[in-house]
Design a binder for this molecule. Structure first.
Ligand code: SF4
Ligand code: SF4
Ligand code: SF4
Length: 204
């Protein structure tokens, strides 16, 4: 992802989070608003995918447990392969055996595979179960080193505490965490909303 796109996606994620925050604050009682604590700030921490080398520190360094970092799959870059490097490790397995027998890359089985074209060798949609992902980067590493580089990590603004000094930024060996300005985008329905809708079985 180019730097311009990185900043755009970061701004868009932020915009989506701001909208979610507003909705949450309107419709939720105060004690259910705890996930949206970083809102109202003019800056947020975000990962530059050009610099990230998927070391796994994002899972453990974040002060939040589980981490505010989650994996996403850019559906425009994904090749919708029958066998996904970020999904399973045994890439010579037959398509119809993958769901049942495929050895998962993700320790939490958070990479989801869905056939959307029909047929065992058709087109497959890969997404991330946001509620189970801990940001360990295992799937992202394999996708980037062997696949189409469509998977990447983000710091979700609606989960991030907006620490003055991001603990991941301090620990990151590749200096991949940056503090970027929020942008007032109000119509973004981006990838992690897509993933959530997918998980819930909604039309997207
Ligand atoms: S600590 Fe840095 S290099 Fe490691 S996964 Fe996180 S952003 Fe990527
Ligand atoms: S392998 Fe790690 S980063 Fe990928 S979905 Fe699973 S927990 Fe998230
Ligand atoms: S700012 Fe704090 S909560 Fe947000 S990603 Fe960094 S360490 Fe985690």
């Amino acid at each position: 992802m180019e730097r311009r796109n990185f900043l755009r996606v970061g701004g868009q994620l932020t915009g989506a989070a701001l909208l979610a925050t507003a909705a949450a604050r309107i419709f939720s009682p105060p004690n259910e608003d705890a996930e949206f604590i970083a809102q109202g700030r003019r800056f947020c921490w975000q990962i530059d995918p050009e610099k990230c080398r998927y070391c796994g520190i994002c899972e453990t360094a974040c002060v939040r447990k589980p981490s505010a970092v989650k994996a996403l799959n850019d559906q425009k870059k994904c090749s919708n392969c029958v066998v996904c490097y970020g999904h399973i490790t045994d890439t010579h397995i037959e398509s119809e055996k993958i769901d049942r027998e495929g050895t998962r890359v993700c320790p939490y089985n958070a990479v989801l595979r869905k056939n959307f074209s029909g047929g065992a060798d058709g087109m497959f949609l890969y997404s991330h179960d946001q509620s189970n992902c801990v940001g360990c980067a295992k799937c992202v590493k394999r996708c980037n080193e062997r696949g189409t580089q469509s998977m990447f990590l983000v710091i979700r603004p609606d989960l991030c505490l907006g620490c003055n000094e991001c603990a991941i930024a301090v620990a990151c060996p590749h200096n991949a965490i940056e503090r970027i300005p929020r942008e007032p985008v109000d119509d973004y329905h981006g990838d992690y909303r897509f993933d959530t809708a997918y998980i819930n079985g909604e039309d997207v």
